[in-house]
Ligand binder design. Sequence first.
Ligand code: ADP
Ligand code: MG
Length: 693
Amino acid sequence: MRPESLFPFFKPVTSINGIGPRIAILVEKAAGAHVIDLCWHLPSAIIDRRYAPRVADARPGVVATMTLTVDKHAKPPNKRLPYKVYCSDDTGKIALVFFHAHEEYLRKNLPEGEVRVVSGKIEQFGKELQITHPDHIGTADEIARLQAVEPVYPLTTGLTLKVLGKAVRASLEGLADLPEWIDTAYLAQQGWKPWRDALLEAHGPENEAALDPQAPARQRLAYDELLSNQLALALVRVAMRKVKGRAIEGDGALRTNVIDALPFKLTSSQEEALGEIYEDMAAPIRMLRLLQGDVGSGKTVVALLAMLNAIEAGGQAAIMAPTEILARQHLATIEPLAEAVGIGVVLLTGREKGKTRQAVLDKLESGEATLVVGTHALFQDDVGFRELNIAVIDEQHRFGVHQRLTLAAKGRAVDILVMTATPIPRTLMLTAYGDMDVSRLPDKPAGRLPIDTRVMPIERLGDVTQALKRSLDTGAGIYWVCPLVEESEVLDVAAAEDRHAYLKRIFGDVAGLVHGRMKGKEKDAAMEAFASRQTRILVATTVIEVGVDVPDATVMVIEHAERFGLAQLHQLRGRIGRAEKPSTCLLLYAAPLTGPAEARLKIMRETDDGFRIAEEDLRLRGAGELLGTRQSGLPEFRIADLGVHGELLAAARDDAALIISRDAELITERGQALRTLLYLFEREAAVRNLRSG
Ligand code: ADP
Ligand code: MG
């Protein structure tokens, strides 16, 4: 249960005075639904109102706060023209300009003959100085109460700074201080203030420097967030490790035969990874290992051998993929190899229903089936195993920690191997997995040729189709990926359909189409037709991003490549270059390119080193957007910015480890404060693993 001291933070924003349901929708969009979200919504800029010139000295383009006498209201002859209020001081004249003005309101606030203080941006209009829609108008008294340096918050359409600023101030008022969770020595060493003071300071920047993520107040808040993340992960790990693992050591009978049947030799990094995995499995603690390898690095074979190890030892194994297509792909790879050594493979996805599904469930329950390939359908409550020993999760960033735990709970002390294709920078990996053990497959299987990547404007579509003709003649399979349109699947599909029609006119029936709105069966049929070379060009939305393996495909065209993120481009490009034939990737863009888009395309042309691309991605975008964190299961941070707070993250990790070693149940005084921290950052799932204390 959330501690009572935090209740006020988690009230809805409508509990704030002046925020009704209509404005709440906008506030939620800009910041979030709860008071705490407003606390985390830090200013992105400042307006300095300390500049208080006399009219004759006022510089256009600058925000100024001026004391003026109101001389005369000038109502426009028609509504399209602005309403003007002429003012002056003893050095000159200035006009206040209002469009769609309410005369009554303006006469009340700017009575002729009186002195008012006005703050806003000075403009030069012909010879006249003016301020259009001043930000503030008031008596000297009223203005004195304004912040001289006003924080500017990120807004959303329809929400004004005035309204949001007021809401944030209200959320900060009456804010209780919380017990200190940062180690006192570290706090002193960093020179950080207590939490509440730091928060208030972050919302009250005195100058531009205070907006820097490295400003002390922001550092402290970022550290809080990172510590909560690292501590939560460490606690989950402790909870998993509490259940004693089992020593699993097969006799090698199945594995030897499978290895002999492989048409290739394992690479040394595959051997190494397997060594680490077998060692983990043999140890009487639970395996929690991440197998990280770029697309096409050969993770599936490694997973299969690990699973066969468990099966040799008398257990069952499950491998779970994030999508149906990928699950079927795994089945296609694994089944022939497993069957060759007498192991039947069953499939469980959302599409197995009724009797078919029940038959699979029975086989898993009885232990008749020892190897299952599936999707998140494996998580369902009625799925039970006789003796699940290892769960392989091919996650490609689509499952969260929570789901990993659910599958783990389906057996006694299940060993877990998580496979991830997108290389994750070290920093991000820490935030997603904590100190998980990692095996890497850095080299690609032997014989792979580098991909020739070219960047060209979409205007050269004609040349591109000519080149495709030549590629088709040499036997190539071609992917044609269509752009993302404003995150709308319907529009994505329309774009793909148009392109498909266009290519069909040129190339005829060899042009196929697959997209996210097709039914499962249609999708499979389209993929199957491409894999079996019935179709030779596959127009696709990004559904092919995940793990599809068609070695004949050696050309990839990505349309509107400028709209894709680096990680996604890399992932897509990984679909080709899988054969021992040279591959070509054409990145088509529509001019003009923004700076970051140009940088992304340049990196794609320069390298296909997934780790370098991941690091560049982090640098270009900041971790928040990286890999599309929202769908990914990777944590999103409100304050911390992994591009700049890498050192704080390392410190938070060390701190979390120390806390776990001294006070794993969080029962000391600091432990209690840390619980509050976890709740504050909404990581209660981690606290639930603890005894109440
Ligand atoms: P990923 O790491 O993307 O899951 P896969 O496991 O799908 O990669 O492997 C990609 C392709 O490489 C598959 O066709 C697989 O059979 C092949 N492969 C795997 N290991 C090797 C190897 N050691 N030598 C040659 N080819 C390999
Ligand atoms: Mg794979």
